[in-house]
Design a protein around this ligand. Sequence first.
Ligand code: BGC
Length: 820
Amino acid sequence: MKAIGPQGWGHRWILSLIVAATFCAVAGLPLQATEIASPVVEEANPAKVAPFNPAAADHGAEVQRLLAAMSLDEKIGQMCQVWPETGELTPVIQESLRNGEVGSLINCASPELIAEAQRLVREESRLGVPLLIGRDVVHGYRTIFPIPLGQAASWNPKLVERSAAIAADEARSQGVNWTFAPMVDVCRDPRWGRIAETLGEDPYLSGELAAGMVRGFQQERGGQLHGLLACAKHFAAYGLSEGGRDYNRTSLSIADLHNIHLPSFRAAVDAGCRTLMTTFSEVNGIPGTAHAYLLQEVLRDGWQFSGVVVSDWNSVIEMVAHGYSADEAEAAKQAVNAGVHMEMVSPTFHEHLARLVEQGAVEEAAINEAVRRILRLKLQLAARQEEAAKPGDAAAATSELLRPRSLELARRAARESIVLLKNGNNTLPLQRDKLRNVAVIGPLADAPLSQLGCWAVDGRAEDSITPLDALREALGETAEVVYARGVATTYSNEAQDFTDATRVAADADVVLLFVGEDAVLSGEARSRSTLDLPGVQSELVKAVAAAGKPIVMVVLAGRPLAIGAECDAADAVLYAWHPGTMGGPAITDLLLGAASPSGKLPVTFPKHVGQVPLYYGHSNTGRPSPADFRPLTQSQGKDLPIQFQYRSHYVDGDPFPLFPFGYGLSYTTFAYDGFELSAPSIEPRQTLAVRARVTNSGSRAGVEVAQLYVRDLAASLVRPVRELKAFRRVYLRPGESQPVEFTLDADDLRFFNNEGRSVLEPGRFAVWIGGDSTATLGGEFELSGEESAEETPAVARVPKQDEPAESSVPQQPVRVDNGT
Ligand code: BGC
């Protein structure tokens, strides 16, 4: 559970209680709890009103009815999200629930506490408006799936959707109805610890997966949400935190904002995502929590978003620390006026909004708008809330957790997330019949908590099956599995004696070496200044390699690591991210060949931290580095040869990745040929079919992720050297071929300019199809003719999302098919 500074709701009121109690005691006055509990005192509306009707057929009318009946304090209450910091519903919180001063609770300690809070508002508050119960169900609830970055490596939106649906079912059974996921921030700097929570570096891939997650979490049918409210976060550009240091400023052009950082949010909104969270950080000098351009021009007016915007944890109050708000009252005013509808944890809305409305600094219309949006969501969740409140459902709720089918899906998700980076001499899959003695070494071979990764708040170590458990289970009958941890933790820097590890390695037929990062090294506020294998693990790898046995290195980590030397020392390398509850069995499935790896990197792997940000969709520059560039440090004491001088690289290192975006091997091989375009040129309203044939050229069945990249060769703003526009997973038996066809349309060729306008410019485009972002099979086509002014969307690209969400079946974005 998160620790919180002294600004917390509980703290504030507890402090006021102490101050007031002291004052009363000194002054000899009696203390009235309600006087303390309600800093903004307003006459309660005594009129008798029918309470919130969860079964109301006409949501719009019900919202209006409630709004008309609410006092200003009750309305503001809906905009306050409170953290029961002590793990209990303190008398102060109970009182404010009764008074209708709380719209949502975050991080409730138990289903019982949630049920009691819902009962309190339903039965004892005047209007009985249910609570939104928020929780970070990021990659699973009890059944933990791979970290989002790992799930992104599956390139499988359908699987991601199914995983989110399991998470939603589990969480919902415990009374949670709002998850703060998906995190859709695009990140190109692996130093940032929160890269683990992202869906990678690419706007399109992130968007496709985010949409899948939203559908899975929300499970929307007929306008009702059968899962959780999803929350796309952190709006926007949080992934660009300067220096990879969390909470740091972000600074970017309007074009980059729209082309790189907003598309994944747009995809989430188009998939029907009901809530968005603002970023902690400042974006071009304005904190995300008061960013009117983002919240109004882009989100409200451009995208016609009709859901709820919640601030991040204390991010309203933190605008004072940023140096943007003079005091907390101003912070509340700026947040609401910019378009924030609910305040997470810090109590500035509660403490200042009523007065700000009285003073005319905040329009009551803004409060009404926020409350309307919040009430609509509550009605969309209502049916299931009623269900969850049925008495005697505790056993049923528990049986929803860790179901066999959920664990099976978590195993599959982990398997599909793992990327095979190297497989020298076809070391993998291991031949079980040749194994007599298997050495399992490393700090992450048996680390049940760490394999869950960051943000596994309800995950439990005792539910995890570790690689050591799974290998013993799978091999125990036929081979001896000998374990040596090697080092205590991944990050301890103390010099170690690796004797145990080297001894077991010396006796083994094969060494399985589990290294990487403990979960505490990634996630929020877990940025790193290096990307090396932390601690003394590199020494461990060297010591074990000296035994001369075949080594399979399995890396569990929350970010791409610069592990070139370690990859050289190993024969085969699997990158397993933090794979979740079923990580052990999933890794074992791949090691023993029960399945072939199919994961592809959703993020570029640098060779060295000094190269970051390093990403495939970079600009060419006027002086790109030649592909055969060798740095000065490798030129035997001579200066760089002339062809390497004055080029875009480092004198002591090249600008190329260790592994490129989209890369990943399998136990078979795939070949591409037969590239063709349906036409040499298209006009704005036409589509272009791009085809190739992919063949399984190896001897095992496998899944290939065919990827389509485009480059706009000359444009009014320099465009990236490649942009992913489509992908498809293709299952092929040995020797089998399949055509893959992608359809490009004008929307795929657009980009945003620095006025935030979407433009489509005629000219030549290059296009490639292949197995990663370095694909060479491709051609060129022409986009000719202008589109008419009416056809050019402004900030928004896709038609408006249906207002009121009461009825809504959200519009699906029209994209090329990404079948599984
Ligand atoms: C994080 C959010 C998270 C929230 C609630 C914040 O610190 O930035 O991503 O959803 O806490 O736990």
